[in-house]
Design a protein around this ligand. Sequence first.
Ligand SMILES: C=C(O[C@@H]1C=C(C(=O)O)C=C[C@H]1O)C(=O)O
Length: 252
Amino acid sequence: MLRAARAASGRPVLADVSRNVGLSAAAVAAGADGLLLPAPAPVPAASVSAARTPSGSAAPGPADGGTRHAGLGAAGSGNGGSGSAGNGGAAGHGRVGGKGDPQQARRAGYAGVVAREFAAAGGIGLPGAMADPGAIVEADPEAALQVAEEAVTVVGALLRPESPVTLPECREAIDRVDAALATLLERRAALAGIVQRIKPVGGFAGRDLDRERALVRRMASRAPSLGEGRLAPIMNAVIEAGLHLAEERAHR
Ligand SMILES: C=C(O[C@@H]1C=C(C(=O)O)C=C[C@H]1O)C(=O)O
């Protein structure tokens, strides 16, 4: 429904979860471009201006005085930033001003909540030390914001189709995809490493080319433009990197 609303209006759709932040995950999964969150305190315009849209323009402050925005980046070409009249435009990535910003600690609490919800929406675990945004919010508000940015970047790349037009927009979208790819590659290498320890013969010696061909075939159905022919060398490199890493670790 939210995607349909965006398609019809051509503008980012913000879901108001200010009364129930627990609905964030559902809103993101349903296609919200950004979330309206409860305002912890009135935020002066100066500190809000540090929140940026992916295209680099400052996100306006809360127009309604009662909510804050958290977002997944511009919804696509030509509709980011100033497009959503009345609700402050596309939300940024939850960035705030530098260390010492008196608003930061308060906002970080909400960023932590958003990070957790986004991670849940995408089924993605936050990396290691970031696993408990709630704890980080207490200990280190800046780290909490990083968690939010991480979750928004990675989950956004997976959940939201984008159609950027300008070079900077395209590169920002690519950077988000690369962040998701790197996260997945790291996770894949860890899993492949476990397999090497479980198999009777691990490493390059226990290579299973039938399995590798089969996984490339399955991936090609999700990546039809690349197809098996182009995916095969990519996956060969990924698999060999994992095997090298596993062998290196086995010999330590
Ligand atoms: C992980 C395994 O070991 C090797 C690595 C693979 C991979 O990284 O996907 C696939 C097949 C094997 O060559 C496995 O056998 O499943």
